[in-house]
Design a protein around this ligand. Structure first.
Ligand code: ADP
Ligand code: MG
Length: 287
C-alpha cells in the first residue's frame, strides 16, 4: 500500500468539512496550485460573473503553468550546473569569432531532436562554459533532460562507479540523458582507463543523444589528453559526425574585465589624489 493510499479516508467516510476532504484529495492528485488558488479564483469568478466551466479552466491552466515551472526547476537541479547562466547576460560583441546566429539557432534545441553534437573550441576565458551552460538551460526550459560535468569529474565518477561495481548503471544514466555537457576537455590529461571510459560514454551516446564538449585544445592536440591516437581518432569520428563547431578564440573576457576594473580603479585613485583646485590635465594646483 502506498503512503498516500494509507492516509486516504476509508470508503464512505463523510467526516470533516468539504474543504478538508478537498485539500486531502487535491494533495493526493498532486494538484497543489488548484488547492492554493481555488478559493481566491472562485471569489474572482463570482465577482466577474464567470461561469463554472471557465472557473475550472482558469484553475487547471494555473496548475499547468506551475507544473511546467516546477519541472524546469527540477531539470535544472538534476543537471548539476555549477551556475545558472543564460544568453541574456552573454555579450556576443566580446567574442567576434563566435557565430551568433548559429548559437541562437542552437538555443532553439532542434539539434537535440536530431541528436547532433556541439563542440566549442577556444582559449581560456572566452565564454565556452557560459555558452554551454546557456545551451543547457535552454534545453531544460524546452523539456529535455540535461547532465553537466567537467571531463575530469566525469572520468572520476566513471572510475569510482567502476570500483564500486555500479559502472553499468552510471553508463545507462549517461546514455539516457537527452543532452550531456562535458566541459573543459583538455585541461587535465586522462589516464588510459579514464580515456577508455570517456570514449565509451561518447560511443554509447553516438546518434542516441546530443553531447556538448568544450575544450581549450584544437582537435590535433586531443591525443595529448586522451593518450592514444587510435582512441582519439575513433572518438572524434563519432563526436564530429553530426556537429556544430563553435569557434571561440579571442581575448579572455575575465582578463578584459579585470583590466577594465584596474583602469577604473586607477582613474578613481588619480581623481581622488587630485585636489579640487588642481588642473585636470597636469594635476598642478591652481592658486
Ligand atoms: P571559458 O569556459 O571559455 O574559459 P567562461 O565561460 O568560464 O570561459 O568565462 C569566464 C567568465 O567570463 C564567466 O564568468 C563568464 O560568464 C564570463 N564571460 C565570458 N565571456 C562572456 C561574454 N561574451 N559575455 C558575458 N560574460 C562572459
Ligand atoms: Mg570553461
Amino acid at each position: 500500500m502506498t503512503g498516500a493510499a494509507k492516509e486516504s479516508m476509508p470508503a464512505g467516510t463523510t467526516a470533516g468539512t468539504p474543504q478538508i476532504l478537498l485539500a486531502h484529495h487535491l494533495k493526493h492528485l498532486k494538484l497543489p496550485t488548484v488547492l492554493r488558488e481555488y478559493d481566491k479564483v472562485a471569489r474572482e469568478c463570482a465577482r466577474d460573473g464567470v461561469d463554472h466551466p471557465r472557473y475550472l479552466l482558469r484553475l487547471v491552466e494555473l496548475e499547468l503553468i506551475d507544473r511546467e515551472r516546477r519541472m524546469v526547476e527540477r531539470r535544472i537541479r538534476a543537471a548539476r550546473f555549477p551556475a545558472v547562466k543564460s544568453f541574456d547576460t552573454f555579450d556576443f560583441t566580446a567574442i567576434p569569432s563566435l557565430n551568433k546566429m548559429l548559437v541562437l539557432e542552437l538555443a532553439r534545441c532542434g539539434y537535440i531532436l536530431r541528436r547532433e553534437n556541439i563542440i566549442a573550441l577556444g582559449n581560456s576565458g572566452t565564454g565556452k562554459t557560459h555558452v554551454a551552460l546557456a545551451l543547457g538551460l535552454a534545453a531544460c526550459q524546452k523539456g529535455f533532460s540535461v547532465a553537466f560535468a567537467t571531463a575530469a569529474s566525469l572520468v572520476n565518477q566513471l572510475l569510482e562507479a567502476r570500483d564500486e561495481k555500479r559502472l553499468l548503471r552510471l553508463q545507462r544514466e549517461l546514455q539516457a540523458v537527452k543532452l550531456l555537457i562535458v566541459d573543459e576537455l583538455g585541461y587535465v590529461p586522462l589516464s588510459p582507463t579514464g580515456a577508455e571510459l570517456l570514449f565509451e560514454v561518447f560511443s554509447q551516446r553516438y546518434e542516441r543523444g546530443s553531447t556538448i564538449v568544450t575544450s581549450n585544445l584544437p582537435f590535433e592536440d586531443w591525443t595529448s589528453v586522451l593518450g592514444s591516437e587510435r582512441l582519439t581518432g575513433a572518438l572524434l569520428d563519432r563526436l564530429t559526425h553530426h556537429v556544430s563547431i563553435l569557434a571561440m578564440n579571442g581575448d579572455s573576457y575575465r582578463l578584459r574585465q579585470s583590466a577594465g576594473r584596474r583602469r577604473a580603479t586607477a582613474a578613481a585613485e588619480q581623481n581622488q589624489a587630485t585636489p579640487d583646485n588642481a588642473d585636470p590635465e597636469t594635476g598642478e594646483i591652481i592658486p
